[in-house]
Design a binder for this molecule. Structure first.
Ligand code: TYD
Length: 138
């Protein structure tokens, strides 16, 4: 299976009325995993590239709840795709074993990350050549 087919944009339910907007993201319902961890990234400017890793176990959903950013994903087999995160009710689902770079952060960007696991530094692959090697061995 081509892992690039599994990274995908998600659109979440939006309840808007005269008081404002409310977006709903329920684990295992609106996204394909139970949420074990959230973290968020802000204060990164347009020159910064974050991520630059793959995860052996974790799956993520990334949502720009404010501002905008981009994410480039690579499957280690020569396929890549870029997702624009620019609306608070859309996100991108990232399966395990996919290389990701987050970049082009707007000044007001707040990038919310939902994860399927608790943090474990040992499941991170931070060297791209090593990532490609592991993908090819699979
Ligand atoms: P890092 O993985 O470099 O962030 P990014 O995904 O944006 O590239 O993480 C930055 C630091 O925060 C690093 O020291 C690891 C730590 N960290 C945690 O302790 N827990 C977490 O859940 C995450 C995502 C990072």
């Amino acid at each position: 299976m081509n892992v690039m087919n599994l990274a995908q944009m998600l659109e979440f339910q939006q309840k808007g009325d005269e008081r404002g907007h409310l977006v709903i993201v329920e684990g295992t319902k609106d996204i394909p995993f139970d949420i074990k961890r959230i973290f968020y990234i802000y204060g990164s400017d347009a020159n910064v590239v974050r991520g630059q890793h793959a995860n052996m176990i974790s799956e993520f959903v990334l949502i720009n709840v404010a501002g905008t950013s981009k994410i480039r994903v690579k499957d280690g087999k020569g396929n890549e795709a870029v997702y624009n995160l620019n609306r608070p009710h859309t996100g991108v689902y990232l399966p395990k074993m996919i290389w990701k770079d987050m970049y082009d952060f707007s000044e007001d960007s707040v990038l919310l990350c939902l994860a399927s696991t608790h943090y474990d530094a040992s499941e991170y692959i931070r060297d791209y050549d090593e990532f490609v090697r592991i993908v090819q061995e699979q």
